[in-house]
Design a protein around this ligand. Structure first.
Ligand code: PEP
Ligand code: MG
Length: 561
């Protein structure tokens, strides 16, 4: 058995499909003239750009607009003048195009890989994708799509965007990747497709061979290679029980989310774009508790316009109306970078120029987003949420900018809803500690556990080496969220949670006992959460305040407190 990071729930039993890396032999020497080599490269690039256009179109038709933008970014990388100059300089030393191209690209891949920043690692993957594409064109290997078999569990280094689009989704039942964490690109895709996945397996992945029988246990993050018949039978019945439980959950559709003692809870969905709304509607979520709007800014080559943003927000608000939609203003930085903003590389991006910090400095960018949000507010029930708030000053400044934009719109006779709530994410310990003060200035809090855990316990959420230390069971974290909930309630505002812990079935009873009003999670967890809420009678959470260790917290949760 090998272990990785659980990225998407469920059990899959199938056969390994190793996405082959096409190895193309690169010979440095060339029999062509320098001029001919330059021409070969130019032709290959042109073909590459055409192929990328086609892929972009295909993605636009089959997946969605924001996903298709990644290929626009690939086009830009392929046409990058700085890299082109370096390649040309090398070709001028009488080497082959293949050699010059891969030498230069490899240099950039290494550079990105070593930046120890998840977003940059993803960019290394993009470059790898481009490199393979061009080398294949130069070698004349063009149509090499691998024919996938039934019940395939894809085993790969990481899923590149091209692989994702070309994947036959009707035959893919699971993913295993060598790199990545719970919040990496492939993990998000797996959850969106509702396919079990284990990521970040490391070099143990080499133990898996093509067509091996695999049990993929996405619940525990475990992979069994060529298991015994007994084990297969055991997992088959586990899988059946799981499927049955999932179908039983359907009876929690279209009903209120309410505890046995009568407290109405809002169980909402987290989304990254318009295309995720249907999953929330399908699960009959009570609203959207987190729209990560920064995804509108990613995988593209320039800032989204006010009009593009307005259309996206309006669509989501209309589709969800009259249910509330919480749109978080963009949270770029940390693990989510934007090449086109030309931000300086940072030693500690999670502690750096990120989210509201960027918005308060680059006010035009912020105002464009706020204009789009306010214009869209007319079409549904909008809640605006500011991320990464660490001080009262930041709230006051952000609100001042918001109100100035609102005034501008009023002056231009553009309708804006009179009922917009403004809230903040509580994900920085300083904000949690000052929650009583901050509550005076906002309509709601939403606790961002993904960041709050990493900042409270000083454990980088993207660092696999210390993944075991990253834990919601830490008593300091439990005390801190209690403090936030109490402070919010004392000031008469609603307190929700939108980090991963909100959808964790082990934690939901405790979160309810602590008094949370709203839980927002991956859409595929909504019904399970409602089944827990609707069968739970709230009691106190006092025992948890005396816990000294993670084990103490875990034991209390296991004992059903
Ligand atoms: C969080 O930090 O818990 C959160 C919901 O935001 P993100 O994961 O996008 O940082
Ligand atoms: Mg966060």
């Amino acid at each position: 058995m090998i272990k990785g990071i659980k990225a998407s729930d469920g059990i899959a039993i199938g056969r390994a499909f190793l996405l082959k890396e096409i190895k193309i032999e690169i010979i440095k020497e060339t029999s062509f003239t320098i001029e001919d080599e330059l021409k070969r490269l130019e032709n290959a690039k042109e073909k590459g750009l055409t192929a990328l256009d086609q892929l972009k179109q295909k993605t636009l038709e089959t997946v969605g607009e924001s996903e298709s933008e990644v290929f626009e970014a690939h086009k830009q990388l392929l046409a990058d003048p700085v890299m082109a100059k370096e390649i040309e300089t090398l070709i001028n030393t009488q080497v082959s195009s293949e050699y010059a191209f891969s030498t230069v690209i490899d240099k950039y891949i290494e550079m990105f890989k070593n930046l120890d920043n998840a977003y940059m690692k993803e960019r290394a993957l993009d470059l790898k994708d481009i490199k393979t594409r061009l080398l294949k064109i130069l070698a004349g290997v063009e149509n090499d799509e691998q024919e996938i078999h039934e019940d395939a569990i894809i085993v790969t280094f990481d899923l590149t965007p091209s692989e994702t689009v070309n994947l036959d989704r009707s035959k893919t039942i699971g993913f295993i990747t060598e790199i990545g964490g719970e919040t990496s690109h492939s993990a998000i895709i797996a959850r969106t497709l509702n396919i079990p996945a284990v990521v970040g397996v490391g070099n143990k992945i080499q133990e898996i061979n093509q067509m091996d029988t695999i049990i993929l246990d996405g619940i525990n993050g475990e992979i069994h290679i060529n298991p015994t018949e007994d084990l297969i039978a055991k997992f088959k019945s586990k899988k059946q029980a799981l499927e049955k439980a999932n179908s039983l959950l359907n009876r929690y559709k279209n009903i209120d989310s309410i505890t046995l003692d009568g407290k109405v809870i809002e169980i909402a969905g987290n989304i990254a774009g318009v295309e995720d709304v249907d999953a929330v509607l399908e699960a009959t979520g009570d609203g959207i508790g987190l729209f990560r709007s920064e995804f509108l800014y990613m995988n593209r080559s320039e800032l989204p316009t006010e009009e593009e943003q307005f259309t996206a927000y309006k669509t989501v608000l209309e589709k969800m109306n009259p249910r509330p939609v919480t749109i978080r203003t963009m949270d770029i930085g940390g693990d989510k970078n934007l090449d086109y903003l030309n931000l300086e590389p940072e030693m500690n991006p999670f502690l750096g120029y990120r989210a509201i910090r960027i918005c308060l400095k680059e006010q035009e960018l912020f105002k464009t987003q706020l204009r789009a949000l306010l214009r869209a507010s007319f079409f549904g029930k909008l809640r605006i949420m500011f991320p990464m708030i660490a001080s009262l000053e930041e709230i006051l400044e952000a609100k001042e900018i918001l109100y100035s934009v609102q005034e501008e719109l009023k002056r231009d006779n553009i309708p804006v809803s009179g009922d917009i709530q403004v809230g903040i994410m509580i994900e920085v310990p300083a904000a949690a500690i000052m929650a009583d003060v901050l509550a005076e200035e906002v309509d709601f809090f939403s606790i961002g556990t993904n960041d709050l855990i990493q900042y409270t316990t000083a454990v980088d959420r993207m660092n696999n080496t210390i993944a075991e230390l990253y834990s919601p069971y830490h008593p300091a974290f439990i005390r801190l969220i209690k403090q936030v909930i109490d402070a919010g309630h004392n000031a008469g505002i609603e307190v929700g949670m939108c980090g991963n812990v909100a959808g964790d079935k082990e934690f939901i009873p405790l979160l309810l006992n602590l008094g949370l009003d709203e839980l927002s999670m991956s859409p595929n967890m909504i019904l399970k959460a409602r089944s827990i809420v609707n069968t739970h009678r709230r009691s106190t959470a006092d025992e948890f305040m005396t816990c000294k260790t993670k084990k103490d917290v875990e034991n209390l949760l296991k004992a059903g407190h």
